[in-house]
Design a protein around this ligand. Structure first.
Ligand code: XMP
Length: 514
């Protein structure tokens, strides 16, 4: 295990994942863990530094997440951000005042250009992002101010005898102009980490870990054709060779000709045993008349496992492991397993699994963000057409045919989507877009075609730019591209007479519609 690692304790801030991203960008490994981790667990994990995130609670509230005061005496550097700083204050005998919200940019003055502020000038002013309800009005004994604002004398402090820091502002968000310098100072100067976290080091460690976990058994991997499962499968294949069997399930909810494309790409590039199962009838039957998105996800997740279990039985009793391409945002967004952040949707691979499964899961990408997975894919030598593919959700078109799903509606959407993506590729925009797809709305609209009144489906187009799927902006298509796409869809896809373009960002919208 890489000894250079930072532990982030999540008190429920919407920015916790950003802290993790910023640290990974510095090429240092980090993990987000809940406040319920015991002091022994933390000691055993041996972090070089610990960050206490922000959060919605108030330190004087009831049943609020807290920390063992001993955490501040381990000799391991600690940085409290917002709620994290207030928690340090509370635990160490200072005073926090409730209320008096502050939200937006503020100018701090650096009072002590050392440690966290190494490389700054004394008296320098720098812009930071504030987002807090409570704030520190009296630092604990033995703490000194290292930055202030006219309204907030204790914008940042540090303990005199221990490597413990607190900042009231959010240094992890881009609006804090020199936030990266502060994070880098904490990680390298204060905590003494080395930048050792690279795709190559990840691959070596992970292959070893998989080998150990699987032992002499066999594993099956559900391939979707997307970058995540392809990278996961390749890693496991490197670890256990032909004891891995990949299964590609045609669930009837794929993009047009997807099955053929995936078969071709995988057989050619990966040299991994691949079994293709047509289970479309089963999936579509189970989804009949189901309109609720969460229900759809559960049904699909369970059906996948049923199909896998049956296939695994054919493969042999020692196929005890199931490989999944679950990513870090899936883990955090789905179940909030690692802290009190509110569950947004129980989606992705994680939420959709059956509780009683015959398989043990192998999720080699569980701690990675999408762009890191792409780096790992490239390092593993996967072709660019695979590594650069837009993400495609596990439940496929079932969550893009809004409302209840039937084969006819899936077919209409497949055709519209194929035209949309083809035109995006022709326009040379595919790689500028994080994800582009069409959605079939559960409304009909009136149109006129060749003097005849039509009453048909509405198709919404979505295209977003994003770094990691956590936040996203809608893509500003040139109008002529939009015009071509719309004309072609309406002319060529029977059943659609209206096309709309979705101009919502995430947040407050999500990328998918369901
Ligand atoms: P949202 O809609 O939450 O999507 O903004 C963020 C990213 O996650 C993908 N997504 C899913 N992937 N199973 C998946 O495997 C799902 O149930 C699921 N729902 C959303 C979405 O396509 C986007 O890339």
């Amino acid at each position: 295990m890489d000894p250079n690692r930072i532990l982030i304790i999540d008190y429920g801030s919407q920015f916790t994942q950003l802290i993790a991203r910023r640290i990974r960008e510095e090429r240092v490994y980090c993990e987000i863990q809940p406040p319920t981790r015991t002091i022994d667990w933390i000691r055993d994990w041996e972090p070089k530094g610990i960050i206490l995130s922000g959060g919605p609670s108030s330190v004087y509230g009831e049943d609020v997440p807290t920390a063992d005061p001993e955490l501040l005496r381990l000799g391991i550097p600690v940085l409290g951000i917002c709620y994290g700083m207030q928690l340090i204050t509370f635990l160490e005998g200072g005073v926090v005042e409730r209320g008096r919200r502050e939200y937006g940019r503020a100018q701090i003055t650096i009072e002590e250009p050392e440690g966290l502020f190494e490389g700054f000038e004394a008296g320098e002013q720098t812009t930071v992002w504030m987002s807090h309800g409570d704030h520190v009005v009296q630092p604990p004994p033995g703490y000194r101010i290292i930055a202030s604002t006219p309204d907030l004398p204790y914008a940042a402090f540090r303990a005199e005898k221990w490597p413990v820091y607190g900042v009231q502002f959010h240094l992890e968000v881009a609006h804090t102009t020199r936030g990266e310098d502060m994070i880098s100072n904490f990680v390298f100067r204060v905590s003494g980490c080395e930048p050792t976290w690279t795709a190559g080091s990840f691959i070596d460690t992970e292959i070893e870990r998989i080998r150990e976990a699987v032992g002499e058994s066999r594993a099956v991997c559900g391939l979707s054709g997307g970058v995540d499962s392809s990278v996961a499968a390749t890693l496991v294949h490197r670890a256990i060779g032909d004891r891995l069997t990949c299964i590609f399930v045609d669930n009837g909810l794929l993009r047009l000709n997807e099955r053929e494309t995936v078969e071709r790409t995988f057989r050619r590039h990966m040299g991994i045993a691949l079994e293709v199962i047509d289970a479309s009838a089963l999936f579509l039957e189970r989804l009949r008349d189901v309109a609720d998105p969460e229900q759809k996800r559960k049904i699909i997740g369970h059906a996948f496992i049923d199909v896998f279990e049956e296939a695994a039985e054919r493969i042999g009793a020692d196929a005890r492991f199931l490989v999944q391409g679950t990513l870090y945002p899936d883990v955090i967004e789905s179940l909030s397993v690692k802290g009190p952040s509110a569950t947004i949707k129980t989606h992705h691979n994680v939420g959709g699994l059956k509780e009683e499964m015959k398989f043990a899961l192998i999720e080699p990408l569980r701690e990675l963000f999408k762009d890191e997975v792409r780096q790992v894919g490239r390092e593993l030598g996967l072709p660019e057409e695979m590594v650069g593919r837009h993400p495609f959700p596990g439940p496929g078109l079932a969550i893009r045919v809004l409302g209840s799903v039937d084969p006819k509606r899936v077919e209409i959407l497949q055709k519209a989507d194929a035209i949309y993506l083809e035109e995006i590729r022709i326009a040379g925009l595919y790689d500028d877009i994080w994800q582009a797809f069409s959605v079939l709305l559960p409304v009909s609209s009136v149109g006129v075609m060749g003097d005849v009144r039509t009453y048909e489906n509405v198709c919404a187009l979505r295209a977003v730019t994003s770094r990691d799927g956590m936040t996203a902006d809608w893509f500003p298509f040139p109008h002529d591209v939009l015009a071509r796409i719309s004309t072609r869809i309406i002319n060529e896809v029977e059943g659609i007479n209206r096309v709309c373009y979705d101009i919502s960002s995430k947040p407050p919208a999500t990328i998918e519609w369901e």
